[in-house]
Design a protein around this ligand. Structure first.
Ligand code: ATP
Ligand code: MG
Length: 331
């Protein structure tokens, strides 16, 4: 049997370059080798966004469109919506017994999210975010979870829950491994540590070439450099992090870095070349998006078929779980 992958996204907006290097690239690369499950985590969305939900359906459609545009193939991979799978909250309830409140309070992303979104007190739902994620991953008994670095501490919670379950009730779950993307966390165009849908600092996979140029030209760069003749910093400079991640012309990148360090190139040239490289990278993604745009019935079909498959998997897993725990009254 093929090993399994589970990963996904919250339907809080369109996908960006950070998602690509953090997880999408690995998803596309591994979809032949693994049985893949991609979750659209609308329940997780509610942990921080529970008001004004008019755009959720559109967001879900946009996510699927993003997946298809980067080359996720619905013939090979299952795309599903979390709230269509009743077995996930059932498993979540059982898992809440296997982890403690202080353990969840120590998860570093909780503090980051509360700081970024100015949340004073976490709701029970936000605190238990990683437990719900454990239910997503383990409902399909996944072996591998390709995610950005911010999620690594969550997968640790999943492993602890799986281990605790197995030692209490018998081997039901694999211990899933985390797979971090080649750029663990892509910074935002504002220089903040993480490009994020919620922080308005993203270049989207669906941006047109003018918006890409406009965003790149106002990108945060080395604040210590006032004139093109000042020696600049390349390390940790988002403009160069993007060049290294997306510019295929490695000689051009090396030349720009050298001249930047020596104070022999202006920011305008570095940024114009970056915009060109990004647009070159995005062009095939835009072309593929055009093939699927304006076909909502196709997207609905993909979600329905994917969700049916997970419901079947979910029933099987819950059956095993309840049997192992001795919770099964009827056979
Ligand atoms: P939100 O702001 O709503 O939390 P997000 O941009 O953080 O949105 P998520 O849906 O939370 O996106 O994350 C989806 C996946 O993409 C996760 O695996 C996450 O680790 C990864 N990811 C998101 N942003 C980045 C980034 N800037 N660099 C690398 N990986 C990222
Ligand atoms: Mg996030």
């Amino acid at each position: 049997m093929k090993k399994r992958i589970l990963t996904g996204d919250r339907p809080t907006g369109k996908l960006h370059l950070g998602h690509y290097v953090g997880t999408l690239k690995n998803r596309v690369a591994l979809q032949n080798e693994y049985d893949c499950f991609f979750i659209i985590a609308d329940l997780h969305m509610l942990t921080t966004k529970y008001q004004d939900l008019k755009t959720v359906k559109q967001n879900i459609n946009d996510l699927v469109l993003d997946y298809l545009s980067v080359g996720i193939d619905p013939q090979k991979s299952n795309i599903f919506v979390q709230s269509l799978i009743p077995q996930i909250p059932s498993l979540f309830t059982l898992f809440t017994m296997l982890t403690t409140v202080p353990r969840l309070q120590r998860v570093p992303t909780l503090k980051d999210v509360m700081r970024d979104l100015k949340i004073e007190t976490a709701s029970l739902g936000l605190l238990s975010y990683p437990v719900l994620q454990a239910a997503d991953i383990l409902i399909v008994r996944a072996n591998l979870v390709p995610v950005g670095k911010d999620q690594a501490s969550h997968i640790e919670v999943t492993r602890e829950i799986a281990q605790r379950f197995n030692s209490l009730y018998g081997e039901v779950f694999p211990l899933p491994e985390v797979l971090i993307g080649e750029v663990p966390t892509l910074p935002g165009i504002d220089g903040k540590a993480k490009m994020s849908k919620s922080l308005e600092n993203a270049i989207y996979l669906s941006d047109d070439s003018e918006s890409v140029l406009e965003k790149v030209m106002r990108m945060y760069t080395d604040p210590t450099r006032l004139r093109p003749t000042d020696p600049g910093h390349v390390e940790g400079n988002p403009v160069f992090i993007y060049h290294e991640a997306f510019n295929k012309d490695k000689e051009e990148v090396a030349d720009l870095e050298k001249r930047y360090r020596e104070g022999r190139v202006g920011d305008v040239e570095v940024k114009e070349k970056l915009a060109k490289a990004l647009n070159g990278f995005l062009e095939p993604i835009r072309a593929k998006r055009k093939e699927y745009e304006g076909r909502p019935e196709l997207i609905e079909k993909i979600i329905l078929e994917g969700s049916e498959r997970i419901q079947a998997e979910g029933k099987e897993t819950l059956d095993l779980v309840k049997k192992a725990m001795g919770l099964k009254y009827f056979d």
